[in-house]
Design a protein around this ligand. Structure first.
Ligand code: 5GP
Ligand code: MG
Ligand code: MG
Length: 184
């Protein structure tokens, strides 16, 4: 299978691998500068943030511990349920630590505003967010995202960790799927 367009399933490429990489370079440099002299814990949100975590963390000029959470706010479809459940919790105690949540995308912002509240209530010194993508809807929720890769339109995208029914995560680019894929 052609990993670039997933065997013709892609409608449009929004962001290439190179564009994503260049933006991550900038975000990592900013994070290095902002957290200079402070320890940092990266918290990846499974499963979508796996690629962002791998690529962002390797661009930091420091050794950094990583932990993971899995929360659920979406089913296998394309619409938010608004319900957040913890499917896998952190392994680490985050009391007194500077936490940077690594995310793939912020859509309604519901998941992340809940997560920030949850991690703050555990006594973290600070909780910030780095997300590869942000959609306009995120503006409706009070969630400050310190590091944003790209603002994109309200469209359902896949690739670079983002799935449709657990597929297409391993696409190197970020793009939209042909309507036929959804059975339209
Ligand atoms: P929110 O709570 O911000 O509405 O949604 C956050 C989660 O919904 C993301 O972490 C992601 O799993 C999923 N999501 C939101 N928009 C998209 C999208 O365009 N494509 C995919 N594949 N998942 C999305
Ligand atoms: Mg996510
Ligand atoms: Mg998903």
């Amino acid at each position: 299978m052609d990993v670039t367009d997933m065997g013709g399933k892609l409608q449009q490429v929004l962001l290439t691998e190179e564009q994503i990489g260049r933006r991550l370079d900038e975000m990592a440099a900013q994070i290095d500068a902002d957290y200079e002299g402070r320890d940092l814990l990266l918290v990846g949100v499974l499963k979508g943030a796996v690629y962002a975590m791998a690529d962002l963390s390797r661009r930091l000029h420091r050794s950094v511990p990583m932990d993971w959470m899995a929360v659920s706010s979406y089913g296998s479809g394309t619409r938010s349920s608004g319900v957040v459940r913890i499917l896998k919790d952190l392994d680490s105690d985050i009391t007194g630590r500077d936490v940077l949540i690594v995310e793939d995308i912020i859509d309604s912002g519901l998941t992340l505003s809940w997560l920030v509240g949850n991690l703050s209530s555990r006594g973290a010194s600070s909780v910030e967010i780095a997300s590869v993508l942000r959609k306009p809807g995120a503006a409706k929720v009070e969630v400050g995202v310190k590091y944003v890769g790209f603002d994109i339109p309200t469209e359902f995208v896949v690739g670079y960790g983002l799935d449709y029914a657990e597929n297409y995560r391993n696409l190197s680019v970020i793009g939209t799927l042909r309507p036929e894929v959804y059975g339209a």
